[in-house]
Ligand binder design. Structure first.
Ligand SMILES: Nc1ncnc2c1ncn2[C@@H]1O[C@H](COP(=O)(O)OP(=O)(O)OP(=O)(O)O)[C@@H](O)[C@H]1O
Ligand SMILES: [Mg+2]
Length: 381
């Protein structure tokens, strides 16, 4: 990453940050705008960013807005890739005329891209935020988002498949609802949607399983004092994939969807799919599931997983993910913190680290680039 520009994003009216390949450290008081910078970076990959925000939420609000934030915002960056520097940008296109629909725009080298999935072909990012300290005890959706984010880095098409499944899932739900209300059936259209859901759903589940297998190769040999970590995907789709070839699993999923039409119409849900899978993580040294580990141990497990991902990418790909670590360093003891810095340096991934206390980052010395964030302004320190 060479340059990052934020326009009307959260607390920033206009902010440019010039960086090189070294880890970036942002320090400053509470509420200064540190997490907002990481959030802006997290919008440069598919999804709703590290806060799962709606487009309207991140639009900079100014006094007098009264909740009306129908303005646009933008985040742009110049990214180093194996193919050379690529300019990417994303934001909210806010039409001034009704209908005022939320629309996310994506640009790659100045050209409008058809969807967010195109971003995954240029950049990959993984992040850890204080909110994720609860990941192992949270609802499964958060864990699925976490693993999907890791898969994007290996298989940019994963973002499209997740989107294609969800799109077909929504259409099927709408059709079932209409059928239930009006009695007008369209079995061929339903079957076509279920076909898409089965093909995309099984592909999504298979990609997650592959990711877990790869992570396990590296996760059992963590850096320094970090715990060994094992990860496993569970759910009906995973069971089917474990029993035989992917095509057979697709058949089973298609049959299950067809059999569940009545139930799904009545309940307004989708009985089978990759949205029912879960991610199980184990602390290898203790032999315990992650959710039964201490707060500090859970944090160390998450860091170990993210570092395993970066190590895999370094091994298998020429490009490395951006590593966004919000308030991670301050919560580690000295040994873990030093091991984290050493691993980041060794991997050569660009990490963005935040904290209130710049002392914590002193060991990075000249291997890091330091910025001071104050009152929604980012300055080289
Ligand atoms: N849409 C928005 N428009 C304007 N300001 C916003 C918007 N959303 C959030 N903010 C403000 O941005 C400021 C900075 O938030 P941010 O989360 O980046 O702080 P931080 O430096 O990470 O602080 P902390 O150390 O407490 O985590 C906050 O005061 C917040 O209220
Ligand atoms: Mg913060």
């Amino acid at each position: 990453m060479r340059r990052l520009t934020l326009s009307d994003f959260r607390c920033y009216r206009h902010q440019r940050i010039e960086t090189d390949r070294r880890p970036v450290v942002l320090t400053g008081p509470n509420g200064a705008g540190k997490t907002n910078v990481l959030e802006a970076l997290s919008f440069l990959v598919p999804g709703r960013g590290l806060r799962q925000a709606r487009l309207g939420d991140v639009t900079r609000s100014v006094p007098g807005d009264d909740g009306d934030t129908n303005r646009s915002w933008a985040v742009a960056a110049t990214v180093e890739t194996p193919r050379g520097a690529v300019d990417i940008g994303t934001g909210r296109d806010a039409p001034t005329e009704p209908p005022r629909r939320e629309r996310r725009v994506v640009r790659i080298d100045g050209q409008a891209a058809r969807g967010q999935a195109a971003l995954a072909e240029v950049l990959n990012a993984v992040w850890l935020t204080p909110r994720m300290d609860r990941l192992f005890g949270d609802a499964p959706a958060a864990r699925r988002r976490f693993i999907d984010r890791l898969v994007f880095g290996f298989d940019p098409a994963h973002a499209r498949r997740v989107g294609a499944f969800e799109n077909a899932q929504r259409q099927r739900a709408r059709l079932l609802r209409r059928e239930r209300a009006e009695g007008a059936a369209d079995p061929e259209w339903l079957a076509a949607l279920e076909n898409t859901m089965a093909a995309q759903g099984i592909a999504v589940a298979a990609a997650r399983r592959d990711m877990a297998t790869r992570l396990n190769e590296v996760g059992c040999r963590p850096p320094g004092p970090f715990p060994g970590v094992a990860i496993e995907m569970t759910g009906p789709l995973e069971d089917w994939l474990g029993l035989g070839p992917a095509l057979a699993a697709e058949d089973r999923m298609r049959d299950s969807l067809a059999a569940a039409r009545r139930h799904d119409a009545d309940s307004g849900t989708t009985t089978v799919g990759p949205h029912k899978s879960d991610v199980h993580v184990r602390h290898l040294n203790k032999g315990l599931p992650a959710e039964r580990c201490s707060t500090g141990e859970q944090k160390a497990l998450l860091i170990a997983l993210v570092l395993a991902d970066v190590r895999l990418q370094a091994r298998d790909h020429a490009s490395l993910p951006l590593l966004l670590l919000d308030e991670v360093a301050a919560h580690l003891d000295d040994r873990h913190r030093q091991a984290l810095f050493d691993e980041i340096a060794d991997l050569g991934a660009q990490a963005w680290l935040t904290g209130t206390d710049s002392h914590v980052f002193q060991p990075l010395g000249a291997t890091g680039q330091f910025f001071r964030v104050e009152d929604a302004r980012v300055m080289a320190a």
